[in-house]
Design a protein around this ligand. Sequence first.
Ligand code: FAD
Length: 307
Amino acid sequence: MKALLIGECREGKLLDSIYELIGFAALLGADTAMFLAGGDSRLPSFGGRLYLADALKYGEYNPDLHKELILAAVRHEQPDYIVFSHSSYGWDLAPRVAASLRIAQVSEVVALAAAGFEVPCLNGRMRRTVRPATAQAVLTIQAGTFAPLIPGGTPQVERLETAVKSIIEFVGYEAAEMTEVDLGRAEVIVSAGRGEGKKENSARITDLAKALGGEAGATRPVVDAGWMEKSRQVGATGQTFAPGLYLACGISGAIQHLAGIKKSGFIIAINRDKDASIGEVADVLVVADVVQLLPALIERLKNRCSG
Ligand code: FAD
């Protein structure tokens, strides 16, 4: 079995997701080649074939041109799978490649199954197993789900060119709004989920985070509801980090949230549902009502500090 992995560069830097793609391919047991729109100065630590397109000429991001270049690599490699990260780059490009080749696409793969690939459904509450009905298929894999693998070595570079003209021009990146919150530096993160019940209760998350010398985080629905600011969102579309302690309060454990917390040293979850999926990744699951437990916990911590 062969896989063509689609690596990514941003502002001249290789993204670590490249090594998650390699980890995924190793699980598949696939022979791997890689495509990258990048430059010679930063090549991945990988000894296989690397189809390299010059990012100075074709842009780090240009779905028209990158699609053509990837199709050229596909013609050379004839892979069974063309594997993207489930990133904004992958979301945009993968369907274009699948449509051009008229092959199946399976998006947001989170696990391999005997019968195919597991992908989340019902807003991450369940998973379904799907199998591409075409011999060749495009896959996108969820960030943070597959353990990275750095095989080492120097790639054998095959340069790719295309004469196709794009109707899209890459203008540049715009940094996201800067905030004072950098969850990446916090040793302790206490996060609020929808189980917190209402905006007023979010103050307790902040109090508990402070009492533990950490920062407050939140799930996407909590941010969408305006209970906490966007800069505190944790997960695939928020921040990803590796604190020593992650305390999840009233959080179900959807895959998009887990993508942000998987590298935490120790995870404690408080949930009133003993079967909540966060229990599968938590080191400790406390089955309790957060609305009742948190005030008592904060009080206790404050007393200890003052006593
Ligand atoms: P819910 O899933 O509603 O869970 C609430 C939990 O609280 C439940 O387990 C319940 O048992 C528990 N609970 C309820 N009341 C109490 C109580 N009183 N005491 C204790 N426990 C209680 N989500 C993110 O977080 N980050 C992301 O970056 C992100 N990106 C996404 C990207 C995409 C493309 C999509 C489709 C979704 C994304 N999501 C993201 C949303 C994600 O799928 C989930 O919907 C979300 O993480 C669920 O948030 P939650 O756990 O707060 O809420």
